[in-house]
Design a protein around this ligand. Sequence first.
Ligand code: ADP
Ligand code: MG
Length: 646
Amino acid sequence: MNIPLAVLIIEDSDDDTLLIVRELRQAGYDPRYERVETAQAMRKALEQQMWDIVVSDYVMPSFSGLDALKLMQEKGLDLPFIIVTGNITEDMAVEAMKAGAHDCVMKGKLSRLAPAVQRELRESEGRKRRRQAEEKLRQIEEQYRAVIEDMPALICRFLPDGTLTFVNEAYSRYFNKNSAELIGSNFLHFIPEHERTHVRKLYSSLTPEKPIIHYEHTVLAPDETIRWQRWIDRAIFNPHGVLIEYQSIGEDVTDLKKAEEEKLRLREQLLQAQKMEAIGQLAGGIAHDFNNILTAIMGYVHFLKASLTADKPARKYVDQILSAAERAAKLTQSLLAFSRKQIINPKPLRLNEIVEHIQKLLLRIIGEDVELSTILTGKDTGVMADAGQIEQVLMNLAANARDAMPEGGLLRIETEVIELDEAFVKMHGYGKNGRYVLMTVTDTGTGMDQGIRERIFEPFFTTKEFGRGTGLGLSIVYGIIKQHEGFINVYSEPGKGTTFKIYLPLITARTEEVQPESVSPLAGGSETILLAEDDDGVRIFTKSLLQKFGYTVVEASDGEDAIRRFREYQDRIHLLLIDVIMPKKNGKEVYDEITKVTPEMKVLFMSGYTADIIHKKGIAEEGLDFVLKPVSPTELLRKLRELLDR
Ligand code: ADP
Ligand code: MG
């Protein structure tokens, strides 16, 4: 069976063409051919179909073998090209072969044509396969290259001394330089100087047995920030164990590191909050019971004092007892403040005004060596706050600042209005989004280390010598801010001063001016008061106090007793003075029951308990009046008068 062969014949003679075709046929081919004799015709033929081989005359009237060869090459074709010519010199043959012809056959020796065709077809096939293999290789290489270049990881290779020999796209982008700038430079230059020796030691510790290492270091990023990178390096050795280069793959782990630190910090914060909560409960509980006891002590001492004329030597001792008891009362008050169980009296007001109002006093606290500067925002700083409490916060912070700056310094109080968004809340692990008034209190004092920083809000934590610090200042601040639904944090390092940031929720409602409260003189009365109190000490004392100031007292020792007593004396009673927490019926229940019968009945609640309880019983919400134990006789009398005269 003959082998099909598509032959393009470039020849001006028909006869010669037929000879060529016959020769091929005789050799066992089945040639399908076309004869062309101009460049134009050849181009057309090449475009129209695929050829297995080209056979060309060397000289023709309007074309030549060399031209034909060139045309074929221009088309990007690599077909076997055999010149068949009448006569050709050796030089011409060499020229043709140089130009890319595969063989020259004399027309007189046409028997050579078929073997030449056969050989060239074979070689052409080989060339084609090689080309395909090369193409495949190129594609694979291209793919690998693309993987490395497009990888978000930083990839580089460097010589044993750190000189870069390759960097990928991500690496260039990271350092904001093109690869030409980077290659030949030393990657160690990106690493802060104090870390270089360490990093060099790490990667040069690699051996053929242990050629891989993981490590982290910081770099100076193009934007001048310090960022963290994590690397895996592999050392490449030649078969003789000589180190050739390193291949490295790395990534920026700054955000990851921050997140890890953040997680740790959040955990610490949670622990801290839990600790404060527990201490608060303990302190609040003790303070409450202690208050009841103090009420009785202080009350009786007041009587004792009143019964002693000024010339009696015992007056001195009584005064001592009183002042000691007052100090004790202050202490319990502080504990209640910390445990957020103090009753606060929040009103809409402007934080800026409080700061301005208290400035003079702060100056006195910090003394002459410390300079005070206030930078107050022009925006409205409306907050729902108890002015006295916020002043207390500022005084406590100022006192600490002064203690931290024995050689003098600067205390700066700033206010601004800020918006806390989701991101802030997430990052800090506290707060709710919304608008806040931020008050920043900064000093240039000694600062503190982490160990101290973690404990400053604990009651009784102090680093000050005995007698100078109570350790209650910041716990009160903490309690007050919490109670105002705000939050506080501290930034401080030894030698770098301290900054407290206090966030209070911003309100937009109309605010009142901060005004000092007026004090009315002490007076008694002749009305009848129903006194319900289960603590014998407090009840007996209160009764004698009221009687002393002219009131008539009807006594009850628990809730039910109070109701019974009320029924008995109903028409004569002007006011109820009742403890909030009592056996059988609590104060509020007693009051509710009595007002069903006498809706106009006046009431003053007493409580040694905490804000929580008073709120829970709805007393504060309903605008009912209350006094806190230990009740000072003056306060109680004043309050009673105020109510009875209303
Ligand atoms: P006290 O002032 O009675 O020691 P505080 O609760 O006010 O109690 O403060 C607790 C501790 O916190 C202080 O003893 C001190 O170590 C540290 N501290 C508070 N404020 C500052 C400050 N501005 N600078 C440095 N340390 C401070
Ligand atoms: Mg203090």
